[in-house]
Unconditional design. Structure first.
Length: 199
């Protein structure tokens, strides 16, 4: 009978230091900094456009100049347009940053440690779940209502205190776990010339 491996969660200060140090070492490499930035911007764009698909279609296919398309798109972002509260905007931006860091770490881990995509499945799943969760920040309640209506509990959704932001928070937690597991997977190696070791 084989021993089962327990899943570690970032519960200690040294876990958070490991995550921060590993992420910092990866994103200080110029190539991975660009990857993180592009992934974060793409993630944030996906989040905001997924909340208004007809507008996204109009931006892409409508008879608009490039300037008009970019202006309409910019108005959809948190802290630029009026669509989001400060809390909603902050959650979306932090989630997008974590998506960027996570994608950069996944690519670094796969390339530099010669891993296959199958070995990096947990990290990729973290990015995918995080992206889906953040993209559903506004429509998450409706999606959950449809699923839970099968069980007759849709009325309980009216007590959600953050108007569906619980899904963005869940995405944030998923991404933090993914970054932690990636950082632990990189222990014993070197990133940017520095050894990554558990404290």
């Amino acid at each position: 009978m084989g021993a089962t491996r327990s899943i570690r969660l970032p519960t200690r200060a040294r876990d958070w230091r490991l995550m921060a140090r590993t992420a910092r070492l990866v994103v200080t490499i110029p190539l991975y900094a660009v990857v993180a930035l592009v992934a974060a911007v793409c993630g944030l764009t996906l989040f905001v456009l997924s909340q208004n698909l007809p507008l996204a279609e109009f931006i892409v296919t409508g008879p608009l100049s490039l300037d008009s398309r970019l202006a309409i798109l910019a108005e959809q972002y948190p802290f630029i347009g009026p669509k989001y509260t400060t809390l909603q905007g902050l959650l979306l931006v932090v989630t997008a940053i974590l998506v960027g860091v996570n994608v950069a770490m996944v690519i670094y881990h796969l390339r530099e440690h010669a891993l296959s995509a199958a070995q990096g499945t947990t990290s990729v799943a973290g990015v995918v779940l995080g992206t889906l969760g953040a993209g559903c920040a506004a429509c998450g309640s409706a999606v959950l209502a449809g699923v839970l209506s099968l069980f007759g509990v849709t009325a309980s959704l009216t007590v959600l205190p953050f108007d569906g932001l619980e899904f963005a928070a869940l995405a944030l937690v998923t991404l933090v776990f993914s970054v932690f597991w990636l950082a632990r997977g990189m222990c014993g190696g070197e990133i940017n010339g520095c050894p990554v070791e558990l404290d």
